[in-house]
Design a protein around this ligand. Structure first.
Ligand code: ADP
Length: 479
């Protein structure tokens, strides 16, 4: 019997285009599901994607997408990569840009139109081909759930996953008409949001199921503190909502198979070689000191203000700090000044996948003082590489990192240093605890080795997605 066919839609997918964790999930989750389903992944064919390198070919000059009385040309491309079929939507307005969503400090003004084109093109695909289900991710594909609910010729059920509620796709009222939607959608039950339109609301209102990327975040977003103004709306739709913790692709993130590393490793001796090699390439020289690493977006969410406040004090401690990231210019400037002022702080700017892998392999501790964290993948990757993450007890970090004080060698969970409040004194206390733990070599090594052996794969979480898919397929066949 042939496997059910699923279409997985995302605005970024590793290794084609990546700005953060969504791209990792859109790469690794379909791979984890493809033994049960024929799964195809669809994304925009951004100009940064190397068509030749990936063997991306034109499948269909798909004609056009009509929205608000204007026609936009659209073509469909495709390739097979590591056993998964990828579909790419190409339209000049959507794809021919220097950045995926906009320059670091802002989004493109016409993002509603751009992802409107993407959404309508995906709907055309759903009309043409028989998919039993469509899995949508974040606001960029949220409109698809509305479009398929309103089109009686489409029976496909939809799952909508919120990777980060802080990015909702909010646009002026006029975007409604540009998207070809009439005024009836400008209501509280639909897309209206404080006089503007909110595309995230489309996914929440019209998808058959909503998931978030960790169980704790699924609860947090129902509160004013984390709901970003949508807590009431989400609460109204909570019967459809659940949280499934993300996994990582343990082949891609594997200290034993990682080609970016100077030596592959399965133990702490091999890890130490990588640490020395990394330090050699930076201004940081002392390898006996613990190395604290940060890899991520330079954004308020990631606790950058707290980090910048604490770094001068951290620089006085017996440790080295290495940061890699990209993001808001105010953080670039502040970090630049700090790395000039202190010899044990090193900062690399930009997006560099290979360097990030070498940093995970080199690190003793990984800094993750996020103010909120839907799931977070960086701490999972860090633990996979035998690192202890230092995390604020929030969102997916609650579900994935246990405090070292409760260490149990029999547990399947990963361990790090957990602090309760995103404040300088609690963060500094966590750093002091980390230094004390590092000085207790046997204890530190036991925990680092435990993390190296833990399973952070999709194995368990994929089962939860399959359960949702199968429930929806059952509902669909009962209708
Ligand atoms: P986000 O909120 O950005 O999605 P996650 O922790 O879920 O954060 O995922 C971030 C992913 O992006 C991880 O794979 C991390 O290693 C990677 N990453 C973030 N910034 C960079 C960078 N500047 N260079 C390389 N990889 C990065």
């Amino acid at each position: 019997m042939s496997k059910p066919r699923i279409l997985f839609c995302a605005s970024e997918v590793y290794p084609f285009a990546k700005s953060g964790g969504l791209a990792d999930v859109a790469y690794s989750l379909p791979r984890a599901l493809c033994t049960s389903y024929t799964i195809e992944v669809v994304l925009p064919l951004y100009q940064c994607i190397d068509r030749k390198a990936f063997g991306i070919e034109l499948l269909d000059v798909q004609s056009e997408v009509k929205m608000g009385g204007i026609s936009y040309p659209v073509s469909l491309y495709g390739c097979l990569y590591e056993g998964v079929a990828y579909r790419f939507i190409y339209s000049p307005l959507l794809c021919d840009r220097a950045f995926l969503y906009g320059p670091p400090d802002s989004g493109y003004d016409d993002n509603a139109l751009r992802y409107g084109i993407f959404s309508y093109a995906v709907v055309n695909l759903l009309k043409k081909e028989a998919y039993s289900l469509v899995h949508l991710n974040d606001w960029q594909s949220a409109l698809i759930s509305l479009l398929i609910k309103e089109d009686i010729s489409i029976q496909t059920k939809s799952v909508f996953t919120i990777h980060n509620l802080a990015y909702q796709g909010i646009f002026p009222h006029k975007a409604l008409r540009e998207l070809g939607l009439d005024e009836s959608y400008f209501s509280m039950e639909s897309l209206e949001f404080y006089g503007q339109i909110n595309l995230m609301k489309a996914g929440i209102a019209y998808a058959d199921r909503i998931t978030t990327v960790s169980p704790t975040y699924a609860k947090e977003i129902l509160t004013p503190e984390f709901g970003c103004g949508l807590e009431g709306f989400l609460d109204f739709h909570r019967h459809k909502l659940s949280g499934i913790v993300n996994g990582i692709d343990t082949e891609h993130f594997s200290p034993l198979q990682d080609k970016a590393l100077v030596v592959p490793y399965t133990d702490l001796r091999g890890k130490a070689v990588n640490k020395r090699a990394f330090l050699k390439h930076t201004a940081l020289k002392e390898s006996k000191r613990p190395l604290f690493v940060f890899v991520g977006r330079f954004a308020s969410q990631k606790g950058l203000d707290l980090l910048i406040e604490v770094l001068p004090k951290m620089a006085q401690l017996e440790c080295s700090v290495a940061l890699l990231g990209d993001g808001e210019s105010k953080y670039h400037e502040a970090l630049n000044a700090l790395s000039k002022a202190y010899e044990n702080i090193d900062v690399a700017y930009g997006y560099d996948e290979e360097l990030s892998h070498r940093m995970y392999a080199a690190a003793d501790f990984f800094l993750m003082p996020s103010l909120f964290e839907p799931c977070g993948l960086a701490q999972l990757i860090a633990m996979r590489y035998g690192v202890l993450p230092i995390v604020h007890h929030v969102g997916g970090l609650v579900d994935t990192v246990q405090d070292y004080a409760t260490f149990d060698a029999k547990s399947a969970k990963g361990y790090g240093v957990v602090f309760s409040e995103p404040k300088a004194d609690t963060f500094l206390k966590a750093l002091d605890d980390a230094l004390a733990l590092y000085a207790d070599k046997r204890r530190y090594n036991t925990i680092a080795k435990h993390n190296l052996r833990c399973d952070f794969s999709w194995k368990e979480s994929a089962k939860s997605y399959i359960e949702i898919y199968e429930t929806l397929r059952q509902e669909s066949s009962n209708e």
